[in-house]
Design a protein around this ligand. Structure first.
Ligand code: HEM
Length: 145
């Protein structure tokens, strides 16, 4: 059940991070001012990412992968590409990406003008988006569709 929720929320997170990124780039280019809508979009993306982080931690704790880590040990896990992805790379990369999202949200609020706000969002959400895409377990995700 937890896995299913984590999997479903992933669609929303990927779409919302991409949407926030495109929104920032478009408004940066067209020199539009920062409005309440932009704040709501960014806040929603940030909150959902934090929820996904919490879901991820629970998925991790209750997954067979964590059990494998406890039984087989770190050395064995690091030698197997699939285990390494689920136990080390995916959680670590997602944690970094969500930290960037939260930090970007905090930083953009402090920027003194609208161009700088959109620039900050574009950078932080852009890098986070690439990191997320780089370590999603695509094969398993599409299999569970
Ligand atoms: C932006 C954040 C995240 C995204 C987009 C994401 C996405 C995904 C996706 C698409 C899957 C495959 C689901 C399926 O097979 O249907 C997955 C599995 C998993 N994720 Fe995440 N994840 C994120 C954060 C995290 C975090 C922070 C952790 C751990 C701390 C984590 C731990 C796991 C684990 C353990 C699995 C395997 C679950 C299982 O097969 O039992 N995820 N994740």
């Amino acid at each position: 059940m937890l896995k299913l929720i984590h999997s479903g929320v992933s669609y929303l997170v990927v779409i919302l991070v991409l949407f926030t990124l495109i929104n920032s780039l478009v408004k940066l280019k067209s020199k539009e001012s920062y409005k309440k809508n932009d704040y709501i979009i960014t806040l929603t993306t940030t909150l959902l990412s934090i929820i996904q982080l919490i879901l991820g931690v629970f998925s991790y704790y209750f997954s067979t992968y964590y059990q494998t880590l406890r039984d087989a040990g770190f050395k064995v896990v690091m030698k197997d590409a699939t285990l390494r992805l689920y136990i080390v790379e995916h959680p670590l990369m997602m944690l970094i990406a969500i930290t960037l999202i939260v930090f970007g949200f905090y930083k953009h609020q402090k920027r003194e003008n609208d161009t700088l706000k959109f620039k900050t969002l574009a950078w932080f959400y852009g890098v986070a988006f690439v990191l997320i895409l780089s370590r999603i377990p695509w094969e398993q995700w599409f299999k569970s569709l």
